[in-house]
Write a protein that binds this ligand. Structure first.
Ligand code: ADP
Ligand code: MG
Length: 587
């Protein structure tokens, strides 16, 4: 019986051992299978992620290159514009110089005309006085002659020879003849003067033809403008101008009359079909063209004088330009053409600039939409990485640990796994990322910083550290005391405010914070319990205000009753954080 029960027991033990072994094997097998399954999945996901990231990088590079070329184009265009502006300024300067020259010429000519006119008038006056004197002399000599004739009759009666009488008579005629000759002479000089005056007046009637034509049609308006200024400043000139306009009007009317008459004559002769006189028709044609030219010239004078009087500038639209071209002839047309082409070039460049600007705007729009898309993909990638990511950081052994002869039992195998030595042998653990003891604070932050952009884009982001006391949570999150190696929190504050600064032209940001501590299963408001402020946050019955975690209608989790503080810079926010840290329960 005893041996049987012993055998039974042995059998049961054997069975149990067998069962244990099989179970262990099965478990190991299943674990292995699950692990490899997830590993495969993870690998595929990583590959997809890599592809996406590559694509995003490529697109980014593409757009950046486009923006660069656009910038270069813009630069080039700006350079061209500057050169064009410089050129037009130089041209304007040249025109100004020529205008001054023209004005000087004009005023010199006017001065010369005035002085000539004045001297001629003086001479005329003198001539008139002389004529008066000569006439007086003439009257006196006629009287003398009459007296002498009377005396001769008496002498004849007294018996003097007829011959003597005649001689005496001819002697007394001598001064009369001299006076007559003098009169003729004076008359001749008077006529001469009158002719000169008429010529001068003729010259004044058409003051522009004697002045050399401006090399540039545009100058006309400047000259007119200046002339108007002179006319309005000097009253004599105004009177002269009025006279000139009147004379010009008369001259224009007579020239037009002549032209009409000439045309009528030609028509009549055509009616009579008297085409045999070839020479006559040629003469007529040259006369006609001469007359037409004169009419044109006088018309220009009329327009210019009108403009000078009213102080207007001739309008240089296309129609007016063509009119002026007609009137002024080819020279003016060439110069106005030059001006037109320069203006057209400027307009063309402006058009080009406008087009380029529009294109740039379009590209920027494209770039923005592409960026939005990139962000969307990025978020997708982030989602694929998993909403909860667990990182593992191995801290180096402290001096005390090394002094005690402690061994390192954790080892990083690859980017994603670590092994830990246990009493039952090494155990492997998988993470989303593993940081070795050599990893710096920057390395840690590198993978966290992207989450800050996400937070600014409107996602809820939570970063937290867990581990036993002394494992390095505070070092990782805050950094060392002297902040020689700042941790995730101060770095995140800086990154956050950097992003906000970059986008300050597009959005307005407000940063507010609250800070809580979970202590003895109750939430403590670390801002509220700050020195000297505690009484504000206590309710009437003496109890501290309760802070409760709630969810609002939009599903956003918030701490009801917690005090919120605003910060306008990373430094301000970090100061708030430090103040709150000082209120934590420590022992
Ligand atoms: P916990 O906050 O988890 O209790 P601590 O952050 O205070 O741990 O770290 C304990 C000690 O180890 C501190 O003296 C800290 O400076 C040091 N320490 C932690 N992590 C590191 C690291 N990665 N490199 C150097 N020293 C570290
Ligand atoms: Mg700590």
């Amino acid at each position: 019986m005893e041996s049987m029960s012993k055998r039974h027991l042995e059998m049961v033990q054997e069975l149990e051992e067998n069962f244990q072994m099989t179970m262990q094997e099965n478990q190991d097998c299943t674990v292995q299978k699950i692990r490899s399954h997830y590993q495969n999945k993870l690998n595929t996901l990583r590959k997809i992620l890599d592809i996406y990231q590559e694509k995003v990088e490529k697109k980014k590079a593409n757009w950046e290159a486009k923006v660069e070329t656009l910038k270069a184009q813009n630069e080039l265009l700006l350079k061209e514009q500057r050169a064009e502006r410089k050129r037009s300024m130089e041209e304007a300067l040249q025109w100004h110089r020529e205008k001054s020259k023209m004005l000087e010429l004009f005023s010199n000519r006017l001065d010369a005309l005035h002085s000539q006119q004045a001297s001629t008038l003086q001479e005329l006056q003198m001539a008139r006085q002389e004529i008066g004197k000569v006439q007086e002399m003439l009257v006196v000599s006629t009287q003398e002659q009459q007296e002498t004739t009377g005396e001769g009759e008496n002498l004849e009666i007294e018996g003097l020879s007829a011959q003597q009488q005649t001689r005496d008579c001819s002697d007394s005629d001598k001064p009369l003849e001299g006076a007559k000759a003098r009169l003729e002479e004076l008359k001749e000089s008077l006529y001469q003067r009158e002719r000169e005056i008429t010529e001068l007046l003729e010259a004044e009637r058409s003051p522009i033809p004697p002045v050399p034509q401006p090399p540039c049609g545009v100058l006309l308006s400047l000259v007119i403008h200046k002339a108007h200024e002179i006319c309005s400043a000097v009253p004599e000139t105004r009177a002269l101008l009025d006279q000139m306009i009147e004379d010009n009007r008369v001259a224009l009317a007579s020239a037009r009359n002549k032209l009409d008459r000439l045309k009528n004559v030609q028509e009549e002769s055509n009616d009579r079909e008297d085409a045999t006189d070839k020479e006559g028709s040629e003469k007529y044609n040259s006369n006609l063209s001469l007359l037409q030219e004169t009419v044109k010239e006088i018309e220009v004078c009329q327009i210019a004088l009108g403009c000078i009087k009213n102080g207007e500038s001739p309008v240089m639209n296309d129609c007016a330009v063509s009119e002026l071209e007609d009137i002024l002839g080819q020279e003016a047309s060439q110069t106005t053409g030059g001006v037109k082409s320069a203006g057209q070039q400027l307009l063309l460049l402006q058009d080009q600039l406008k087009q380029e600007k529009e294109e740039k705007k379009k590209i920027i729009e494209n770039y923005t939409s592409e960026r939005t898309l990139r962000k969307k993909y990025y978020n997708m990638v982030e989602d694929m990485k998993g909403k909860i990511r667990v990182f593992c950081r191995i801290r180096p052994a402290s001096r005390a640990e090394a002094a005690q002869g402690g061994a390192i039992v954790v080892e990083k195998i690859d980017e994603y796994s670590v092994t830990v030595e246990t009493p039952r042998g090494p155990r492997e653990f998988q993470f989303d990322k593993v940081f070795s003891a050599e990893a710096s604070q920057e390395d840690l932050f590198h993978d966290t910083s992207r989450l800050i952009q996400l937070a600014i884009d409107g996602y809820n982001v939570c970063v937290f550290a867990y581990g036993q006391t002394g494992s390095g949570k505070t070092f990782t999150m805050v950094g060392d005391k002297e902040q020689k190696n700042p941790g995730i929190i101060p770095r995140a504050f800086n990154a956050m405010f950097d992003i906000m600064r970059e986008n300050s032209s597009k959005f307005s940001f407000k940063v507010s914070a609250y800070m809580l501590e979970l202590y003895n299963d109750r939430l403590q408001d670390l801002f509220a319990s700050q020195a000297g402020e505690a009484h504000v946050h206590t309710q009437s019955h003496g109890q501290a205000r309760r802070v409760e975690i709630k969810r609002n209608r939009k599903g956003v989790v918030f701490a009801q009753g917690a005090e919120t503080k605003e910060a306008s810079s990373a430094q301000e926010l970090y100061a708030l954080f430090q103040q709150a840290c000082a209120n934590r329960h420590i022992s």
